[in-house]
Design a protein around this ligand. Sequence first.
Ligand SMILES: *[C@@H]1O[C@H](CO)[C@@H](O)[C@H](O)[C@H]1NC(C)=O
Ligand SMILES: *[C@@H]1O[C@H](CO)[C@@H](O)[C@H](O)[C@H]1NC(C)=O
Ligand SMILES: *[C@@H]1O[C@H](CO)[C@@H](O)[C@H](O)[C@H]1NC(C)=O
Ligand SMILES: *[C@@H]1O[C@H](CO)[C@@H](O)[C@H](O)[C@H]1NC(C)=O
Ligand SMILES: *[C@@H]1O[C@H](CO)[C@@H](O)[C@H](O)[C@H]1NC(C)=O
Ligand SMILES: *[C@@H]1O[C@H](CO)[C@@H](O)[C@H](O)[C@H]1NC(C)=O
Ligand SMILES: *[C@@H]1O[C@H](CO)[C@@H](O)[C@H](O)[C@H]1NC(C)=O
Ligand SMILES: *[C@@H]1O[C@H](CO)[C@@H](O)[C@H](O)[C@H]1NC(C)=O
Length: 284
Amino acid sequence: MQFLISFTLNFLIFSSLLSSTYANFADEQRYNICTNAANYTNGSLYSRNINATLFSLTNASLTGFATTTIGLDPDTVFGLVQCRPDVAENDCRACINTASDEITQFCPNKKQAMIGYGNCSLRYSDFRFFSTATNDLIVYYRNTMNVNDSNLFDKQLVSLFQNLSVSAAANDTKFAVGAIGYSLFSDIYGMVQCSRDLPENGCLSCLQAIIGFIPQCCDKKQGARIFTMSCSLRFELYAFFQTSSPPISGMLSPPPPLPVSTDEPSSVPTSSSDGKFYYCILSS
Ligand SMILES: *[C@@H]1O[C@H](CO)[C@@H](O)[C@H](O)[C@H]1NC(C)=O
Ligand SMILES: *[C@@H]1O[C@H](CO)[C@@H](O)[C@H](O)[C@H]1NC(C)=O
Ligand SMILES: *[C@@H]1O[C@H](CO)[C@@H](O)[C@H](O)[C@H]1NC(C)=O
Ligand SMILES: *[C@@H]1O[C@H](CO)[C@@H](O)[C@H](O)[C@H]1NC(C)=O
Ligand SMILES: *[C@@H]1O[C@H](CO)[C@@H](O)[C@H](O)[C@H]1NC(C)=O
Ligand SMILES: *[C@@H]1O[C@H](CO)[C@@H](O)[C@H](O)[C@H]1NC(C)=O
Ligand SMILES: *[C@@H]1O[C@H](CO)[C@@H](O)[C@H](O)[C@H]1NC(C)=O
Ligand SMILES: *[C@@H]1O[C@H](CO)[C@@H](O)[C@H](O)[C@H]1NC(C)=O
């Protein structure tokens, strides 16, 4: 089952996402963030500048990160694409091609739009957003399954994300993954990423904001993904990233002492619960 909850704040109204859009797990690999702050009409100069922006960004995508500025004021379009740094070049390119095809479909007639997938994201806007975090809209998915020991889980999760956010912010890739012990059977795996144009403090404060949002959206949940236009995080009780592929930073700590459980001691959490996510978009 999917749930869509929309909260609106002043002039910010969010894309009317149909819950059926998110009816299966494959679709949940995609998120989009659109604002109603400014609209354009089809065929306008702004829409032609969007096309040119998409063409330029797709063309530039081989490096895994690119920005572009197209057109003259007041129809200037500022664009940015980024791939996860551990994604292969051809997968990056394929992802950005998809983003370029789909962004106007998911954010039709919006001057400020972003679409993202597991491997890449694409954003354009009518203002120069480069190097500044845009954090006012938050999108999240969360696993419906609860953890057994939420006190320990929260403690380990906070510790993991504090570590990862400091590492990511300090790194040019603005990306970090890692894991921390939770129980005998499972570690907590985490990933954080900022838009690569952000300075260290901008990345760090963006990540701190969404880490601080976890108790509001995803308390006691076994997994969640949280996105703003400028940064994102994910955690799960299973490895959802390739631990071997560089560049990866983070840690793997030994599990803390486990309270002895007599129930089904051999059962191991599986990743199948990942299919149950709520999708929400709201303002922070
Ligand atoms: C943009 O369009 C939406 C409807 O799609 C409307 O609600 C909103 O007020 C418009 N924004 C502006 C700034 O006109
Ligand atoms: C503009 O074109 C897009 C597709 O490119 C379409 O989804 C949208 O509905 C059109 N908007 C209007 C107002 O016709
Ligand atoms: C922009 O590109 C889309 C898809 O390629 C096309 O349908 C549309 O007509 C183009 N718009 C302009 C103004 O060139
Ligand atoms: C596409 O990329 C090539 C090689 O990087 C570059 O020379 C060319 O100017 C680019 N074209 C556009 C439209 O950005
Ligand atoms: C994302 O990139 C990874 C690593 O390059 C690749 O294995 C995976 O197939 C890509 N995912 C999609 C949906 O293309
Ligand atoms: C993150 O954890 C690793 C391994 O425990 C540690 O070496 C590193 O110093 C920590 N980084 C930060 C920023 O806390
Ligand atoms: C950034 O991350 C890469 C890949 O993990 C690593 O090789 C590099 O040392 C890191 N740089 C810094 C400044 O931490
Ligand atoms: C929760 O505890 C039960 C029973 O001890 C165990 O089977 C299950 O694997 C645990 N789940 C997690 C996510 O640790």
